[in-house]
Each structure stands twice: as structure tokens, then as C-alpha cells.
Design a protein around this ligand. Structure first.
Ligand code: ZN
Length: 292
């Protein structure tokens, strides 16, 4: 079932577990991740960055989500402008991530407040970011700079009405150039001050134990993109798809994605957490996977 992201965040926050937010770049990723979620009885969140043909790719998420008996949300990731946020709402996302984290606090509040009113009026959830999560390739600087201040976070939530807050506690986007160090003391203070679902960006390569621990301390959504894509790359590089084995190429990517996402549910603690009834399985497309 396709649901507003707030529904998934609130369930996870109350249950003290996290939900992986994974890439929705193509049909294989979407289909495999939903199959994994159904098998694990876990809620699921997709991230989209598609600005080229969003109606098409967001339609794929909705198509498969509506066949599944588990809650699935779709979040427009790092939306930088007013127009882009409207595009996300208009093309069927169930959440927007309004990233104004590079702006001064007052401007961040001013813009997110307007977007929150607009999103909520359309039945869409909203996530914002306070502090700034940088790039793993520049981790020595980005990993430790602009961490989220707990009291400022509390004020920000009260002033904007967001449904989830991305916090900077030492993770970074992409592949790390150094060893990530998470500031759990800060996370604890932020959670105590805010009482709202928190979001961790840059989950890939952050360490299974770190992620698991963060998910018991108020983090309800963990963005993990690079690791899922890496699992696909590995399957493509390591497989032999010569000749008729070419028919196995896409099924092998599907299997690799599914295996990776099932593991992510274990790490964030969401396996078996959806109690709303058995998830229905998507009818598998046997015809396209058979060798001819
Ligand atoms: Zn991010």
C-alpha cells in the first residue's frame, strides 16, 4: 500500500526501530525492494531524485506499492527549490525532503514553513535538515562540521511543523574517505529535546552496529543508496552473462538487490515490524526470466 511517509516514520519512531530508505532509480530496484519488504513484513521508504521523467518513475513505485500489503512511502530526496518541491507533490511522491540546510537558520525556517503547509495541505509528508550532512569523500571536514544543535532542532520543529528531521551527527553522503564516527551523545540529546522521528542521511558504509544503535535512539529513517547500488554493481561484475545467460542478467540484479535490502531491514531493526497483516506477494514475472 502506498502511504504518506509520516505514517511509516511515526510507526518506526514509536517502535524504536528504523526503516531503510533505498533508491528507486529503475523497475528492478523498486520491484526487488518491495518483494524484500513483503517477505520481511517491513515498511519501506523509497528515495527519488528523478527530475527527468518523474511521472514515469514515481508511477512505477506506486504501481508496485499498491499491490503489496506493506506500507511503502516515496520521498523526493534533497529538493532544493520551491518549484522542485511542487513537482514532487504533483508527480505523486508521498513526501518531500526540503533541503535548506546550507541556508542560515532563519531562512531555513522561513522556507520550510511554507513548504510544510503546502505539503500537508496535499496530504504529503515533509522532512527537512538542520545542521548539514556533507560528502564522505570530504569526510575529514564534512563529517565533523555543522553538526545539529539539540536546542536549535527543538525550536526548528516547533517553528516549521515538519514530520521528520534529518540530523548531522557524523555521517556523510556516498563513500567515506575516512572512518565515520557517530556522535551518539548528541543524538541522544537531540532525541530527548525533539521527540520527533529523526533521519540519518549517508547510511551507506556507516557500520551496521552504528546504524542499529542510532535506530534505537530516535532515528526512524536511514538513507542507504550507495550500498544498494554497489550490490547491483557486484552482481553485474561477478556474473557470467555471456550467450543465453544474458537472460539471467536482470534477475541476478533483482536477487542482489533483494538480498541487500533484506539485510538492511535486519540492521535497522524493521524486520517483522509491520503487524497490519500478511503482505501480499507481487506476481513474479516468470516469462521474462526464462531462457529462450
Ligand atoms: Zn542525503
Amino acid at each position: 500500500m502506498f502511504v504518506p511517509m509520516k505514517q511509516v516514520l511515526d510507526m518506526a519512531y514509536a517502535g524504536r526501530y528504523g526503516v531503510p530508505a533505498v533508491p528507486a532509480h529503475n523497475e528492478i530496484l523498486v520491484r526487488a525492494s518491495i518483494e524484500a519488504a513483503v517477505e520481511a513484513n517491513s515498511p519501506l521508504i523509497f528515495l527519488t531524485s528523478n527530475r527527468g521523467n518523474p511521472e514515469f518513475s514515481h508511477g512505477i513505485v506506486r504501481y508496485f506499492a499498491e499491490q503489496a500489503g506493506i506500507p511503502v512511502a516515496l520521498c523526493l530526496d534533497h529538493s532544493p527549490t520551491f518549484e522542485d518541491c511542487v513537482m514532487g507533490i504533483r508527480t505523486g511522491c508521498s513526501a518531500i525532503m526540503a533541503d535548506r540546510s546550507v541556508l542560515p537558520y532563519e531562512q531555513n525556517v522561513e522556507q520550510v514553513l511554507i513548504l510544510a503547509k503546502m505539503a500537508h495541505a496535499a496530504g504529503v509528508s515533509i522532512e527537512a535538515e538542520l545542521g548539514h550532512v556533507g560528502q564522505g569523500s570530504n569526510y575529514a571536514v564534512d563529517g565533523v562540521s555543522q553538526l545539529t544543535d539539540p536546542e536549535e532542532a527543538k525550536r526548528f520543529i516547533a517553528e516549521t511543523g515538519v514530520d521528520g528531521l534529518a540530523v548531522a551527527i557524523g555521517t556523510a553522503h556516498g563513500t567515506y574517505s575516512g572512518v565515520p564516527k557517530l556522535d551518539f551523545g548528541r543524538l541522544q540529546e537531540i532525541n530527548a529535546a525533539c521527540g520527533l522521528p529523526l533521519v540519518l542521511h549517508g547510511g551507506s558504509g556507516s557500520g551496521d552496529e552504528n546504524i542499529h544503535k542510532a535506530c534505537t535512539m530516535g532515528v526512524a529513517k536511514v538513507n542507504i543508496v550507495t550500498d544498494v547500488l554497489a550490490a547491483n554493481v557486484q552482481a553485474a561484475v561477478n556474473g557470467d552473462f555471456t550467450g543465453n545467460a544474458g537472460h539471467r542478467f536482470y534477475p541476478s540484479l533483482l536477487e542482489a538487490t533483494k538480498k541487500c535490502v533484506l539485510r538492511l531491514f535486519e540492521i535497522t531493526g524493521s524486520t517483522g515490524k509491520y503487524k497490519g497483516g500478511a503482505g501480499s506477494l507481487i506476481a513474479s514475472d516468470k516469462a521474462s526470466t526464462e531462457e529462450k
